[in-house]
Ligand binder design. Structure first.
Ligand SMILES: [Ca+2]
Ligand SMILES: [Ca+2]
Ligand SMILES: [Ca+2]
Length: 240
């Protein structure tokens, strides 16, 4: 009985945590955040991936966050397959997750690099051209091309120990969050319209301590002509 209660408590804490995380991700910008899960696998052939949903295409700016949650490799030694091995822990922390801000409207490129592991002059164990972009319709696209799968020293455990294995396939999974940012959208509904203007005017003349949501768009604490000009400059332009 105690055990059941404990599990139910743990479950509700877990659910609350998940909901809290979602709200945290969704709340700051108001406009809808697109969440894209990807799970790509290749044995050396090119990979092309398109997101299942699109992000709103009429924002001037986009904030992106990505997190790689799993990197797995299948290897072979003397022609015998081994794995999959979870090598997520081998990815440097600065690459396992990241964030960026991009100018809209789409299309825009989020990532365009040739990656290689390890660095020259070591022979390449893994090499690929990686391109990620948000296309003109707001869909995320990833392409992995020019792949080389080489060899790497890996500890296969008893009885093989540390041996040079051939990488046969690589799998990478993770999530990308992309949030359209609409400047001067005071009520956070994705547009700049009469409602936002009304909020600003209701606080117009506040000389200090004003928040963004009250109309202090330039963040200097007051709600004045500079903020009004910023709002009018964005008025009616965005609809996210
Ligand atoms: Ca608004
Ligand atoms: Ca509105
Ligand atoms: Ca201000």
């Amino acid at each position: 009985m105690n055990r059941t209660i404990h599990n139910v408590t743990a479950l509700s804490v877990y659910v609350a945590f998940i909901l809290g995380s979602l709200l945290l991700i969704a709340s700051p910008a108001g406009a809808d955040t697109a969440t894209w899960d990807f799970d790509l696998q290749t044995a050396g052939e090119d990979v092309f991936w398109t997101s299942s949903t699109a992000v709103c295409t009429t924002a001037p700016q986009y904030d992106t966050v990505y997190e790689i949650t799993l990197v797995e490799v299948m290897v072979s030694y003397l022609g015998i397959p081994f794995g999959p091995f979870d090598v997520t822990g081998e990815i440097p922390p600065e690459q396992i997750s990241g964030e960026g801000t991009y100018e809209g409207p789409p299309p825009f490129v989020v990532y365009d690099n040739h990656i290689r592991y390890p660095d020259e002059p070591e022979p390449a164990a893994f090499e690929a051209s990686l391109l990620m972009l948000v296309d003109g319709n707001g869909y995320g696209q990833v392409s992995v091309t020019n792949l080389t799968l080489g060899t790497v020293v890996y500890d296969l455990g008893w009885p093989f120990g540390e041996v040079e294995v051939q990488i046969e396939s690589v799998r990478m999974a993770g999530t990308v969050w992309i949030t359209p940012i609409v400047p001067a959208d005071l009520d956070g509904d994705g547009d700049v319209d009469l409602q936002d203007l009304a909020i600003l005017l209701a606080h117009y003349g506040t000389s200090s301590g004003a928040t963004y949501e009250e109309g202090d768009i330039d963040g200097d604490g007051d709600v004045d002509l500079a903020d009004l000009a910023e709002l009018l400059g964005n008025y009616g332009q965005w609809d996210c």
